[in-house]
Design a protein around this ligand. Structure first.
Ligand code: PGA
Length: 253
């Protein structure tokens, strides 16, 4: 049985006091649920990681970096290593979010290096995959998702897969208010699970959690979570308000 996993990606939002208040508010609103019946994580901007980690220190909410660099240390201006994320109390790292792939230009190869560096650095990566609207219209969704999953998990052993979550986020649904229908999402989630069975084995594929992301909110969370292969949600906009995100977490219980 896969435990539900709800994650909030704050992107380039909040400020020092607002971020700490948001984190504290959600921890309070989900006391007794977060970490018990559902795993919960936040991904604040790097500069607020430390204050958010301390704001939720008495809860079981896990904190992660929105990005990570694959080198251990050295002359990589502006980058953050796995060891640095761990050092401030992170347990997760987002790898290959669509905004990093399509706004910043990250390649599948770079995303794979980030997944590997997260695992070897003791963090749990969330590998994000998903097609653009043109790719969906051209019926290339499965082709694109398969390429991103295979490339993103290259050299990730079956044993190391225990640390990995996959997030299916159709790019056309992110921040647009256009959620994939539960059927559309389920179809791709099932495709990813079959792909994992092919890459590893059926037992492992049954254990990997696959989150959906893309305009997930309080009023569609339960229906999305009701799909057989949807194990959690990666939430952007709706993770920035205590009541909205707390309602999403409760819908996953
Ligand atoms: P959204 O973002 O919920 O605002 O669509 C999801 C994501 O990018 O992870």
């Amino acid at each position: 049985m896969r435990k539900a996993f709800i994650a909030g990606n704050w992107k380039m939002n909040t400020d020092a006091s607002g971020g700490a208040a948001l984190a504290k508010g959600i921890a309070e609103a989900t006391d007794g649920i977060a970490g018990e019946s559902v795993d919960v994580a936040f991904f604040p901007p790097f500069v607020y990681l430390q204050s958010v980690v301390s704001a939720v220190s008495s809860s079981s909410i896990g904190i992660g970096g929105q990005d990570i660099y694959f080198e251990e240390k050295g002359a990589f201006t502006g980058e953050i290593s796995a060891a640095m994320l761990k050092d401030v109390g992170c347990v997760y790292a987002l790898c290959g979010h669509s905004e990093r792939r399509h706004v910043i230009g990250e390649s599948d190869e770079l995303v794979n290096k980030k997944v590997l560096a997260s695992i070897s650095g003791g963090l749990m990566p969330i590998l994000c995959v998903g097609e653009l609207i043109e790719e969906r219209k051209a019926e290339k969704t499965e082709e694109v998702v398969e390429r991103q999953v295979r490339a993103g998990l290259k050299d990730v052993s079956a044993e190391k897969m225990a640390a990995v979550t996959v997030a299916y986020e159709p790019v056309w649904a992110i921040g647009t208010g256009l959620t994939a229908t539960p059927d559309q999402a389920q179809e791709v989630h099932a495709f990813i699970r079959n792909l994992l069975a092919d890459m590893y084995d059926a037992k492992l594929a049954e254990e990997v959690r696959i989150q959906y992301g893309g305009s997930a909110k309080a009023d569609n969370a339960a229906e999305l979570m009701g799909q057989k292969d949807i194990d959690g949600l990666l939430v952007g906009g709706a993770s920035l308000k205590v009541e909205d995100f707390a309602a999403i977490i409760k819908a996953a219980v």
